[in-house]
Design a protein around this ligand. Structure first.
Ligand SMILES: Nc1nc2c(c(=O)[nH]1)N[C@H]1C(S)=C(S)[C@@H](COP(=O)(O)OP(=O)(O)OC[C@H]3O[C@@H](n4cnc5c(=O)[nH]c(N)nc54)[C@H](O)[C@@H]3O)O[C@H]1N2
Ligand SMILES: Nc1nc2c(c(=O)[nH]1)N[C@H]1C(S)=C(S)[C@@H](COP(=O)(O)OP(=O)(O)OC[C@H]3O[C@@H](n4cnc5c(=O)[nH]c(N)nc54)[C@H](O)[C@@H]3O)O[C@H]1N2
Ligand code: SF4
Ligand SMILES: [Mo]
Length: 750
């Protein structure tokens, strides 16, 4: 038999690093993946997850056909039957209770797919629902809120200029394992090594001695949950020792007096015991940050998903501002994505508000039109006006990723109608009445709508599907058909009409906007210029052409179009990050707000926390290189070895408690028995447990994962403690009680 082999380029969708891969394709399936040496962004870098692309693409447990619940049992059905079942189930709820009774949960992979970027917003808008939840309130919502309050835009992301900085402080992130987050960089480790080779310095602040910490010139191990106080102490020292140097930012800042006054209470000596860090070490760090030719502070999960997540995320950028490092090469800069609208000059912004409405049961304020996922279960369970009667989940597994999965599991079991768009039958989707599985990545297009806005070097890359679809709809079509049901057109309407409607509306608005690069031009003329192809490609073409590097529909002939991008299969490099603060600012004052009132208020809560007694043990999270949240435990290549669901504990703690191989851990939400790894790599009094495990529920379809289920770390957490400004669940720094497994009591801890 003659094998037909060829290669295809594909941007990896498995984490935020966006590496370019070269897939080997044999007889119509992916059999291998290596790094694309010519990729303009990743230059050949690949990690074990990318290298397992073939296994992930071909996982025999991936659903190839939809499942529809019949007589209580999820049963394979045709696509026509499945869409008809969605139409029937969803339309009944819409008729009886309206779109506002439909809850939507949008999970992490939506940030990594074309479909996830383009269609969920249409579904949510079509429903008119406020019951919108996502992984953001388990992750980066504090950063959005902080950016919104400071810069007027919740997506004005600042990223460390990794390639040029002289001094990098990584606080609460482990990019050597995560491959970076909210800072899209392929080969993060290589970039850190390059920083050190050019004489730069790396400081890592993390209660665990991580792989990233092992690379650092200095590692500080604070008590979990105390980053905000530590950062405040840096601010204090910068003022106290007259080290504030705003540089070119000076004319664009307000709130300096307020932040200085606020920092008064946070002298290093005042926070040292609370943070578990010597005051001298904090002073030295502040001095070095101020003295460095350029420097950037970069914070992530450990700074975000904690009690003072928004305050901490804010202070990261306050330090960047006070050291003159915001918006300058080597500092913290604003990427410019190829789908960001072309800058339209300085306009007064409307600012950023949260709490425009509140959750029905507990009154949590919305943030970015979302409610805390920690409140999803109660919104399903609690009767009354606005109760969730139907759920749509798209690429999410909140039963494992959110606090108190047992409760959410029960709640989802009681939802009137549920549809899940997901390739797997898992802990969450097992509650669906219909599961619509998207095709594997090899059959899907790729463009980084979200992550290009976080890239440490501006770039544009597009991967069309590497393989043709096998008699199934792609994810854009799946989501479009759900939208057609919601719009009342019915599931058998034309999915293309969804994209064409968006195009018509967008171009009409652009044409009417005097500041637009296509102001005054006829919509028909513009529409006719768009690429011939699937609706998502036409929308991408439109966004590129209206974008910052775009051809403005012919007005800038050298500019970017989809055709141009497609003819550069290894991508187009758009250069190093450029200063662009004035394009980004959308505050009503037109200035960077260093001291927004909401944050000033919350700083009071932080001040009170300084005198709180210390917990004996707190739990934090841990990620493993060959894993991704809850959904990669089903692949042989990514299983076993060091990637295990174990509890890390310091040897002195283990000795004191008499714990050797197994421990029982009790938290506010429940109790777990878990294997222990005793290691010096964690601070005393701190325990770590990875999340995304606990694959032992009945009725799931990931056989390998079920064979080594691990425990669900989030079951220890009852989800009652949130960062109040962002509604983000506290996932790091949870008080727990721990002991040898023999002493298991069964009594819940409160
Ligand atoms: N304790 C603790 N909990 C945490 C965290 C932590 O650090 N500690 N981290 C949090 C973070 S940062 C996040 S982002 C959340 C993640 O929370 P979720 O997004 O809810 O969980 P994931 O495990 O990422 O689930 C992704 C789902 O998407 C599906 N999927 C994969 N690819 C595709 C695709 O192409 N299309 C579709 N439609 N579906 C797809 C998978 O099968 C899986 O069901 O977890 C959070 N939970
Ligand atoms: N291999 C792999 N890669 C991933 C993922 C994965 O599951 N596996 N998930 C992806 C997702 S969804 C995300 S959001 C990113 C996350 O990317 P990162 O944030 O880089 O990853 P984490 O491992 O969660 O790193 C958080 C670090 O904070 C530390 N920490 C915990 N509490 C505190 C604290 O209070 N203060 C400080 N200073 N540090 C603290 C932890 O010890 C940990 O080392 O990773 C992405 N990439
Ligand atoms: S680092 Fe991330 S994007 Fe790169 S190959 Fe690994 S999983 Fe894929
Ligand atoms: Mo995440």
């Amino acid at each position: 038999m003659v094998r037909v082999t060829h290669t295809a380029l594909r941007i990896c969708p498995f984490c935020e690093a966006t590496c370019g891969l070269t897939l080997t394709i044999e007889d119509g399936r992916v059999v291998g993946a290596r790094g694309d040496q010519d990729d303009v962004f990743s230059a050949g870098y690949i990690c074990p997850k990318g290298a397992s692309f073939a296994e992930l693409d071909n996982d025999p447990d991936r659903l190839t056909a939809p499942l529809v619940r019949r007589d209580g049992v999820l049963t394979e059905a045709s696509w026509e039957e499945a869409f008809a079942a969605v139409d029937e189930g969803l339309s009944a709820v819409l008729r009886e209770h309206g779109g506002t009774s439909v809850g939507v949960y949008v999970g992490n992979p939506n940030a990594h797919t074309v479909a996830g970027a383009l269609y969920p917003p249409l579904i949510i808008r079509g429903l008119g629902t406020r019951q919108v939840f996502s992984a953001s309130t388990l992750d980066q919502m504090p950063k959005h809120v902080a950016l919104g309050l400071m810069f007027g835009s919740p997506v004005a992301f600042t990223v460390p200029d990794l390639d040029r900085t002289d001094y990098l402080v990584i606080i609460g992130a482990n990019p050597l394992v995560s491959n970076g987050s909210l800072a899209t960089a392929a080969d993060f480790g290589g970039k850190l090594r390059a920083l050190k080779r050019r004489g730069g310095r790396l400081v890592v602040i993390d209660p665990a001695h991580t792989r990233t910490a092992a690379l650092a010139d200095r590692h500080l191990a604070p008590r979990p949950g105390t980053d905000a106080a530590l950062l405040f102490a840096l601010v204090h020292v910068l003022f106290d020792e007259d080290l504030v140097e705003l540089g070119e930012l000076a004319d664009h800042i307000t709130g300096l007096t307020e932040i200085r006054a606020l920092a008064d209470d946070f002298a290093p000596e005042a926070v040292a015991a609370y943070c578990g860090i010597d005051a001298d070490e904090i002073r030295v760090l502040a001095r070095e940050l101020a003295a460095a030719p350029s420097a950037a502070v970069y914070g992530r999960m450990g700074t975000s998903t904690v009690e003072f997540g928004t305050v901490g995320s804010w202070l990261v950028d306050v330090v960047n501002v006070l050291t003159g490092n915001l918006d300058r090469p080597g500092g913290a800069m604003f990427p410019l994505s190829p789908v960001a609208p072309a800058p339209r000059g300085r306009r007064p912004g409307r600012g950023f508000l949260t709490g425009r409405w509140r959750s029905r049961v507990s009154g949590h304020p919305e943030a970015l039109s979302e409610l805390p996922v920690a409140a999803l279960a109660e919104e399903i369970e609690t009767p009354g006006d606005g109760q969730i009667k139907a759920m749509i989940t798209i690429a999410g597994n909140p039963v494992l990723s959110a606090p108190d999965g047992d409760r959410l599991d029960r709640a989802l079991g009681g939802v009137g109608f549920m549809v899940s768009v997901d390739p797997y039958l898992n802990e969450t989707t097992r509650h669906a009445d219909v599961i619509l599985p998207p095709p594997p990545p090899s059959q899907s297009p790729h463009f980084d709508f979200a992550l290009n806005n976080l890239a440490v070097r501006n770039n544009a890359r597009y991967s069309p599907p590497a393989l043709p679809l096998h008699e199934r709809p792609d994810e854009p079509e799946i989501l479009s058909r759900i939208a057609l049901v919601i719009y009342g057109i019915g599931h058998d309407g034309d999915p293309r009409s969804v994209d064409e409607q968006v195009i018509a509306t967008t171009l009409a608005k652009e044409s009417a906007d005097a500041g637009s690069p296509v102001a005054g031009r006829p919509v028909e003329e513009l529409t006719a210029m768009l690429a011939d192809g699937p609706g998502y490609e036409r929308r991408l073409d439109m966004m590129l052409r209206l974008g910052a590097y775009g051809d403005a529909f012919g007005a800038r002939p050298d500019g970017l179009t989809l055709a141009r991008l497609t003819s550069a299969p290894h991508g187009i490099d758009l250069g190093p990050l450029q200063p662009r603060l004035l394009d980004v600012l959308r505050t009503p004052s037109g200035l960077v707000e260093l001291a927004p009132p909401q944050l000033i208020d919350d700083a009071g809560r932080l001040r009170d926390a300084l005198s709180r007694p210390e917990e004996r043990f707190v739990l934090i999270g841990r990620r493993h290189l060959r894993s991704n949240n809850s959904w990669m435990h089903n692949l042989p290549a990514l299983s076993g070895g060091s990637n295990r669901c174990t509890l890390h504990m310091h040897p002195d703690d283990a000795a004191e408690l008499g714990v050797s191989d197994t421990a029982v851990v009790k938290g506010p939400g429940g109790e777990l028995v878990v294997p222990v790894e005793v290691t010096e790599d964690i601070r005393r009094g701190v325990l770590s447990l990875p999340h995304g495990w606990g694959h032992d529920r009945a009725g799931t379809g990931q056989r390998l994962a079920a064979g080594h289920p691990g425990v669900n770390a989030n079951q220890l957490n009852d989800g009652s403690v949130l960062d109040p400004l962002s509604g983000t669940a506290v996932l790091n720094g949870i008080p727990v009680v721990v002991g040898p497994a023999a002493e298991r009591s069964g009594a819940p801890v409160s």
